[in-house]
Design a binder for this molecule. Sequence first.
Ligand code: NAD
Length: 269
Amino acid sequence: MIRGSTELVAIVGSPIAQVKSPENFNTWFAQHGKDLAMIAIDLEQQALDDFLATLRGWRNLRGCVVTVPYKQVLAERLDGVSARAAALRSVNVIRREADGRLLGDNVDGDGFLNAARQHGFQGHGQRALVVGAGGVGSAIAWALAEAGVAELTLADVSGERAEGLAALLRDAFPRLAVHTDFPSLAGFDLVVNASPVGMGGSGELPLPLAQLQTLRAGALVADVVTAPEITPLLEVAQRMGCTVQTGAEMAFAQLGNLGAFMGVTPQQI
Ligand code: NAD
């Protein structure tokens, strides 16, 4: 129950009804007897200035998770952001300091890696393909580079986006081999769909079926799409004998990272 004493966290985006963070956080707060609650805010773009001023002055608010379409615009408007959020120009979580300053980070990549590690993917020395070089694909690619993958390949329908991200990563991780083309999927230990392809029962695949048939059995195939849980990509991967990771697993695996940044949960939950 929300009381006068309850401290709040929020999630902001538009639309917002589909997000799972409020039920995940509120369940954790209730199970751990915390006087904390998460609320969901569906915000109009034109209200962003007022929203930022309100966040700075909102004394019983500890932080705010950020989702589409505000990750990029808010990264430019906070009082400080982590090195990775600055490089990615994107935040997915904000902490409100006691003096009202707003600090941001992007833990999408950490969430992805937490889930991948639960499937036995360690990162170091391995080879990964990330399909989709937008907001979440960039965060995942950055986390894979930090985890020490030996080779990282990037693909996007927009060649400009894939090349832009490749340039950013080569600059930040000079020893990492970054590619934007690949003859087959046979050499990859990890293939991630970080594009919206396959969402909402479209039945679409992010890569041609013939190419997916070159997947190595035992490779980890992951999707960021949360609905359906088993996307067309993951269905094909299961048939090929691959291990699969769902978008819901990634979302759940970053709860501790989001909560710890806002100061309301431990890192491991
Ligand atoms: P975005 O628009 O920033 O990026 C999407 C990228 O995919 C773009 O660069 C686009 O060109 C590319 N793309 C589109 N179709 C493609 C195709 N057929 N092949 C290759 N690339 C293609 O979007 P985003 O914020 O990165 O979000 C992407 C998806 O990730 C959304 O569906 C979102 O809901 C999901 N998401 C999931 C989680 C999670 O925790 N599971 C977290 C964040 C976002």
